[in-house]
Write a protein that binds this ligand. Sequence first.
Ligand code: PEP
Ligand code: MG
Length: 756
Amino acid sequence: MRDTAAGPRVLLKRLRELMAEPLDPQGRLDRIVHHIALNMVAEVCSLYVLRADSVLELYATEGLNPGSVHHAQLRLGQGLVGTIAASARALNLSEAQQHPAFAYLPETGEEIYNSFLGVPVLRAGRTLGVLVVQNRTKRQYREDEVEALETTAMVIAEMIAAGDLARLTRPGLELDLKRPASFTGLSFNDGIGLGHVVLHEPRIVVTNLFNEDSEEELRRLEASLNSLRLSIDDMLSRRDVAFEGEHRAVLEAYRMFANDRGWVRRLEEAVRNGLTAEAAVEKVQSDMRARMLHMTDPYLRERMSDFDDLANRLLRQLMGRSSDDIAAALPKDAIIVARSMGAAELLDYPRDKLRGLVLEDGAVTSHVVIVARAMGIPVAGQMKGAVSMSENGDPIIVDGDEGTIHLRPQADLEAAYAEKVRFRARRQELYRELRKKPSESRDGVKVELLMNAGLAVDLPQLAESGAAGIGLFRTELQFMVASTFPRAEAQERLYRDVLDAAQGRPVTFRTIDIGGDKVLPYFKNAVHEENPALGWRAVRLTLDRPGLLRTQIRALLRAAGGRELKIMLPMVTVLAEIAQAREIIDREVRHLSRFAHLLPTSLKLGAMIEVPSLLWQLDELMQAVDFVSVGSNDLFQFIMATDRGNTQLADRFDPLSVPFLRALKQIADAGQRNQTPVTLCGELAGRPLSAMALIGVGFRAISMSPAAIGPVKAMLRELPVGDLDAFISDNLAGHAANLPMRALLQGFADDRGIPL
Ligand code: PEP
Ligand code: MG
């Protein structure tokens, strides 16, 4: 039997020697095409490279007219070469001229050749060019010849990506690899980041392409495949994965693919052709990616991307690469580009080097986005195709305000964004100066500006923002980013750290608010809920699972020993829930004092107003608790019957409208009447205009994201509260105004030069 792998191995060996020789790029390319032609017994071998203007330019040829090099060109999609580039698929033709896409380039003199084999030059699924061999005789190229040419194309892809060919490019033209590209997706967190791409699950750069000994390399591949399979089995048997639907399904698919004969066969074939195991994985992965780009069926795309992930895992396995190495090699202005990512994985990156996050998938509520927001980095999501279009180290801009990214931006765009960033920095400087100034209006009314938090990463913001304390500590976030229920000790440690960081400033801990859109992957409701927002969530859930609540209360009481403790219940609907929770708290207090634990110096219990039922029992509520806080996100969703996560309805109804502001005013009035402190801690508090409206209806303490404190304080210090009171009474009480409340409030601010 003929050893079909001998040819490619000899060729790859020759190419390796050529790569090491001190040649100029054109000389090297000329030699490469010469050797390919020789090895494949072809009369012609040509390389076309894709330029940024979507033109494929002939860069080197053996056999065609040498004068046509850098002159012959085809548009993407034009001719056989253009078709290969556009489809990322090989064409193997015994009579090229009969093909409907054939386009004749007279300057090349190629009319005498009948058979044609062209393969795309791929890197990470992107087409960088096309490599062609041609013969006079009418022949169909064998499968192993196609394979060999594809393997060779991979070496050329590395040369292009390494920038070797850039010097051959005529002035004013650019290779496609360097083409600027912009993507529009969704804004997941405001802010602008300029920096350099770091591919999460980075495509490891395989530098060692050719193997010395195929048999040895096959053994390495086999060993790594085995450990890969074992690690997947391992993950599948983990307790936190074992019961879970989606995550488990993905891993099951991985397991299936890791044992997929076709995949393994193609890897082995590439190794037999002379590649190292790593290069083989990369080659097969690249073919797969290219196919993925042209696939429209979402199910198949998903399956293909599982293969892609799997290939990344296998690469890391082969190269023994740890996450520590990756962090050490991070640029100081890293913008992480990922298909999707876990919250804990983001926390593995050093914060001081992160400038932004780009996700192909994700949602505003995904955990990684919650954490990114807490870390204060701009996030743009739903950026389809961002991963395959990016290379590690590419310059990139993330515009979290608009939900766009700009890869390899042109100089003027970059300059415009750099100016934006400088402008923001100046404004931040201004806000920083306000930090020490009193938090009061122009006419001397004090308004307490507190911040919302939920993770240890939030704590430095307490000092940086100048917040008066933490008005809402969302304890469920610790539960949401963990893979199992956090133990009592871990909860206590976090609460203690929070109180330490607060240095005596007030902190309001909200008991875990899970359910609704806040799901814990390791804790699922056994009953399917048709309307989870109206379902078994927050205090309803914790009162039914008192063990959960007791553990948390105990952790809070212990962490706050010798200090003040404020606890707040989410989603209270009826007053009996407060009484029930109070009983559990009292029992824990008794328990701790029996064992002579240091107890908090004072303990205050509050309720969130999120369910409209409380609006008709405000006085009783105010008497039943030590304080209340309006959760305007939920209260608005329930009053307006509008899902807070539904983007289709996002701007349909306005919280700054008469009915909602009246409801808020009733709450503020009831607080005053009963001398019960009232705050508001939903998103409404974080925009200067709506914060102004809140002050107008009587709120004197509001809690918001730390980044909002500066702008809100700037507004407050210019605000004449006396005027605003009168203005609100006039417009909110009786007669219907001819303008919407938002416009009236905006006009009020504009007339008085109040910065919004
Ligand atoms: C709210 O509902 O306004 C609130 C502050 O709680 P969360 O956003 O965590 O539901
Ligand atoms: Mg809420």
